[in-house]
Every structure is written in C-alpha cells, then in structure tokens.
Design a protein around this ligand. Structure first.
Ligand code: FES
Ligand code: FES
Length: 193
C-alpha cells in the first residue's frame, strides 16, 4: 500500500527576497512501506523521517554530518540522513531502526547490544545499529576500510582496529564504545565463525 503522507506547498519566505524552491514529490519505501511525499526540495531525509513519516527512531544529533546518530540504510548502504535530501531518495529503499528487527543482522545486533551493554542513554544506538548493519555488509563484500587499520595485514579478518575505524563515524557521548564493539564483534563472529 502506498501512503500519501504529506502535501506541503512551498511556503513564501517572509524574510528572503529569493523565492523558495518548488516542492518535490518523492516516492520511497521505508521499512517495506511505500510513501509518496511532497515537500520543499531542501528537506533532509532525516527531517522527513522524523517529522513527516512519524519515524522518530532515527536521531538528530549534530545535523551536520559529524556524529552518526542519524545513520540509516539507503538500498543497503549506510548514509547520514541529515546530509541526504529526501528528493535524492526517489525510488529508494530505506531501512531505519524501526525496521531493523525485520533484518536478520539488525535483529542479531539489537540482541547483542542488550547482552553486551552497548548503550547507556541510548541516543546514539539507532545510528550505531544501522551503521553496524551496513558496516558488516561492507566487510562481507570486501569493501576496504578507508584508512590503514590492520585489515590489510589480515585479509578477510575484521580486526579490532578495523572494526573501530569502520564505526568511527558513529560517536557515543556516553562512551559505551567497549560494549558497542563487543556487540558488533559478537554478531560478526557468529556469522563468520
Ligand atoms: S545528525 Fe547526522 S551526523 Fe549528526
Ligand atoms: S549511549 Fe548515550 S550517546 Fe551513546
């Protein structure tokens, strides 16, 4: 079923002499549900998820690409939804934390984060889990880490340094990094022996 969620005409700016850009209609799938949304072309995927689709599990931290709290998967690839325009997602499949339990790896990660105390306040956790889903898939497909991390000297092995580097875009203000890494390690080891 396709849900037409919002039809927001462009609003005239009271303070700017420049006219607002036209609204853009985007059809996308989020956690298996299809939505058609008409919004200002400048609206980010993050704001559309939280404020229009009522999917507030994806968190807004910095809103400028620095913390990873807003991480979701677009066609299986992890992205920062605060730096992604909704209009870029036409025809795309989005997975957010609300859909993670329907993903085998996502479900395993949720359980592992619980078992390993991979959180404290939990604000970063949706982004950590979505990022870990994408990261483990990247590793399985042989995508190299961005920098030298020890992976190169241990081909096919997700080293501790490699895991940390690959997850370095996701900050945790509570400092729950030990539990986060242990949870991801547990899921990786269960899949790869
Ligand atoms: S809210 Fe997107 S990176 Fe911080
Ligand atoms: S658990 Fe609080 S920010 Fe990570």
């Amino acid at each position: 079923m396709n849900q037409v969620v919002a039809n927001i005409p462009q609003a005239a700016s009271a303070t700017s002499a420049s006219p607002a850009p036209p609204a853009v209609t985007t059809t996308l799938s989020v956690n298996g549900t299809s939505y058609t949304v008409t919004l200002d072309a400048r609206v980010s995927l993050l704001d559309a998820l939280r404020e229009r689709l009522q999917l507030a599990g994806t968190k807004k931290g910095c809103d400028q690409g620095a913390c990873g709290a807003c991480t979701v998967l677009v066609d299986g690839t992890r992205v920062l939804s605060c730096l992604t325009l909704l209009a870029q997602c036409d025809g795309r499949h989005i997975l957010t934390i609300e859909g993670a339990a329907d993903d085998d790896v996502g479900r395993a990660l949720q359980a592992a984060f619980m078992d390993e105390d991979g959180f404290q306040c939990g604000y970063c956790t949706p982004g950590q889990i979505c990022s870990a889903i994408g990261m483990l898939d990247e590793f399985s497909r042989g995508v190299p880490a961005a920098k030298s991390s020890g992976d190169a000297s241990h081909p096919g092995t997700l080293t501790d340094a490699g895991l940390k580097e690959r997850m370095s875009g996701n900050l945790c203000r509570c400092g729950a990094y030990v539990g986060i890494c242990d949870a991801i390690r547990r899921v990786h080891d269960a899949r790869h022996g």
